[in-house]
Design a binder for this molecule. Sequence first.
Ligand SMILES: Nc1ncnc2c1ncn2[C@@H]1O[C@H](COP(=O)(O)OP(=O)(O)OP(=O)(O)O)[C@@H](O)[C@H]1O
Ligand SMILES: [Mg+2]
Length: 319
Amino acid sequence: MTAVVDPLIRLDGVSKSFALPDGRRFDAVRDVSLSVRPGEILGLIGRSGAGKSTLLRLINLLERPDAGLVRVAGRELTTLPAKDLRLARQRIGMIFQQFNLLQNATAAENVAFPLRLHAGHSRAQVADRVAECLALVGLADKADSYPAQLSGGQKQRVAIARALAPRPDVLLCDEPTSALDAETTRELLATLADVNARLGVTLVIVTHELEVVHALCRRAAVIADGRLVEQFDVANAARQAASPLALELVRLQRQAAIADQVPSHAATSHAVSSPTSILSPAPTATSTSTSTSTSTSTSTPSLAAPSAPLVSSLEALRA
Ligand SMILES: Nc1ncnc2c1ncn2[C@@H]1O[C@H](COP(=O)(O)OP(=O)(O)OP(=O)(O)O)[C@@H](O)[C@H]1O
Ligand SMILES: [Mg+2]
């Protein structure tokens, strides 16, 4: 008999619309129901404007749903009083495409920030936890560096350390590698895999890079026009999935499998070495762009919108 594991995250019929300047409403997320099991790595994929970031932000109530339920670690967040919601959010870390670090604070101060937001930690406890988290992401020697003195990958690892400091159950990642080059992407994905494997932190990752899904995610959910189109196990994508995006992933997996069979140095690092944008003109995409957000293709819609500024995110988290 298989043990039934309660989902860590359960969205039940969530919808979210935004007011447009002309007074009409735009439905960004429509009646989505989705469960994430503890320890899982789920990729949320879809084209630009599909509603991925909005859906991700509904999980920690950075966006409040107009309808539906958001249950995380057994608690229904939408009905929690502000104080309890603040506590519940400590268990839900988040990282962003543009890192969103405090520029005038060192790496250590950035990581200490969420611990200082909430009373109950002594100075020594904060210092210990900061050192522990920086070590975890391989940045023990950068504690006193300011963000401007760090590479993109190092900044994102500081952001991961900051998100991990309050010991979250889940880490929400919004395009965590989109601003990074291929090699740094690979390293960052290894760090995230490590966080999942060693700490058991559940990961939900919005990405438009199918290589990220291939390399890291165990399950994927396809979002289109605010709706959940399909979900599948990444390893069984060829059998379970039917959407165009999923089929694109299957093609990538086949290419990777073929590359793995070629005993040549030329066939190395298939997984994340040259991120394929969902919006690339597949299958002959030859883009080696290191930052898809700077794509200049006239036929390609602009990629990820900039992440919400840290300030508003933190304000919302404190609200
Ligand atoms: N605060 C807002 N006010 C009005 N419309 C919004 C707001 N936030 C998002 N939207 C709209 O909702 C839709 C979904 O946005 P969202 O940011 O979730 O898309 P996405 O799938 O993350 O796209 P991308 O891959 O480009 O980041 C978009 O059409 C966007 O313009
Ligand atoms: Mg987005």
